[in-house]
Design a protein around this ligand. Sequence first.
Ligand code: 13P
Length: 247
Amino acid sequence: MRRPIIAGNWKMNNTASEGVALVNALKPLVKDANCDVVVCVPAIDIPAVAEAVKGSNIRLGAQNVHFAEKGAYTGEISAQMLKEYGVEYVIIGHSERRQYFGETDETVNKRTLAALAAGLTPIVCIGETLEEREGGLTEKVLDRQIEEGFKGIEDLTKLVIAYEPVWAIGTGRTATDEQANETIGYIRKKLAETFCPVCAQKVRIQYGGSMNAKNAKGLMAQPEIDGGLIGGASLKLDFAQVVNFDK
Ligand code: 13P
């Protein structure tokens, strides 16, 4: 009932020409996917990759968006700028942005509201660090990220949420299928309390963190997991195997 969504997060990888070559190689491999397929590319790759994905089932995403419509924000990119190139999705609040670029629940909230207002689909990232997990704080951290980050959202179903335990990102250490399912189940419960039970059932929640061609099938078989946000494995043709997890 929830259509799976597999998105690649290229992070700061692939020049525009490398990105076009990757997308062109992926197109025939993912064309029969039974899920939504998205690549979230560096901003400067967007024009070239937008051309490359035309006519395919690959949708285009960005990795960040500013919350103001326009103005004196040197170095930033607005939702309308993304829209003009056919961008449909935007990652917001990735843990790397929280860790290195001062992103907070408050700025995540502002970006998310701006993206929604512009008709973009935000892929909002939440998740705990290793220290927080080991300290038994996972639920508390997720509660805060949801309460603060999702404030004022009118239609939760317009979001995609990515649960990315920080300790599983780029480490090769994936959450077990059951751990990921259990935590995403908790997120859904919290969303049901904070928003409404029906929208919590409808909203798509991805898992992210060392997800790859080998472990995708097991993760995707879990009832709460509706997709993946893929880092390293989205830079290779392995991404097609993740997308085709059900084949
Ligand atoms: P990896 O798949 O490289 O662990 O990265 C996950 C991630 O951060 C996706 O946003």
